[in-house]
Design a protein around this ligand. Structure first.
Ligand SMILES: CCCCC/C=C\C/C=C\C/C=C\C/C=C\CCCC(=O)SCCNC(=O)CCNC(=O)[C@H](O)C(C)(C)COP(=O)(O)OP(=O)(O)OC[C@H]1O[C@@H](n2cnc3c(N)ncnc32)[C@H](O)[C@@H]1OP(=O)(O)O
Length: 217
């Protein structure tokens, strides 16, 4: 419906993430929270643009045109800046949560004890020689585990995130991602995740998440 190559459209069997109880706490994104699809479609276009930008070697006249268009887009948005709690960006219950920093997670299972899904690192995430940039993989793991750590639980923050890079993570192919809630000890929550390309383990993560005390930022 939204024609995004990065797959941020709503539906297609994917779920928003089951994290709305965390993400929407105290947020009021107005009309976009009621009807997230137009805003999610706008962010999907931005994602696709970043992918094409990263992959292109355009002639100078195209560079100038793109610069002018982007400056127009920036101007359109400048008059609509709001406080953090009113921003839809990153806070809508759609795959990718309507942000374009971390790649879109398309989750098939999202439960209190674990989650499974797929993710594709597009051209925007290239590090070198066809492999995703090493910083983007912890970003994706923090996204999965941070959300899982708070699913049906009180809010928490990442204390540490340990990532082992087992083999390169190829861009432009669908990878599987799994997350698992291992155990909790008081305010401490321990989780693990794995990223695979078919049978090959690309990376593994272990994270500690600490439950926030009331009023803790
Ligand atoms: C409401 C906010 C929720 C966060 C989400 C944000 C927005 C929500 C909107 C949309 C969300 C949607 C998706 C979000 C996706 C991903 C979000 C992922 C979450 C993050 O990406 S969030 C950013 C990165 N994160 C930080 O910005 C943390 C900075 N930091 C601190 O805020 C403190 O540092 C804190 C709170 C971690 C702990 O501080 P504290 O004072 O509350 O607790 P304390 O230090 O006493 O530790 C208690 C026990 O944990 C042990 N412990 C602590 N740290 C340890 C470590 N590193 N290694 C080993 N053990 C450790 C101690 O040893 C003690 O253990 P014991 O009790 O056994 O003695």
């Amino acid at each position: 419906m939204f024609g995004s190559s990065t797959g941020e459209s709503v539906g297609e069997g994917a779920i928003g993430g089951g994290w709305s109880s965390v993400s929407h706490r105290g947020f009021d994104a107005g009309v976009h929270q009621e009807n997230p699809q137009p805003y999610a479609a706008m962010v999907a276009v931005a994602r696709d643009m970043l992918d094409e930008l990263a992959g292109a070697n355009p002639p100078l006249d195209v560079v100038e045109k793109v610069s002018a268009h982007l400056a127009d887009v920036q101007t359109l948005l400048t008059d609509h800046q709001v406080s953090e709690r009113r921003r839809p960006f990153g806070h809508l219950d759609v795959p990718g949560r309507a942000q374009c920093m971390s790649p879109v997670l398309r989750m098939h299972r999202w439960e209190r004890d674990g989650a499974d899904g797929v993710v594709t690192f597009g051209k925007y995430y290239l590090g070198g020689n066809g492999a995703a940039h090493g910083g983007t993989i912890p970003l994706m793991f923090d996204e999965v585990l941070g959300r899982l750590a708070s699913t049906d639980r009180t809010p928490c923050r990442t204390a540490y995130l340990h990532v082992d890079f087992r083999s390169i993570t190829p861009i432009d192919v669908e990878l599987t991602v799994t997350g698992r809630f291992e155990r909790e000890e008081g305010r401490k929550r321990y989780l693990r995740a794995e990223l695979r390309h078919d049978d090959v383990v690309c990376a593994e993560a272990e994270g500690l998440f600490i439950e926030l005390k009331p009023g803790q930022p």
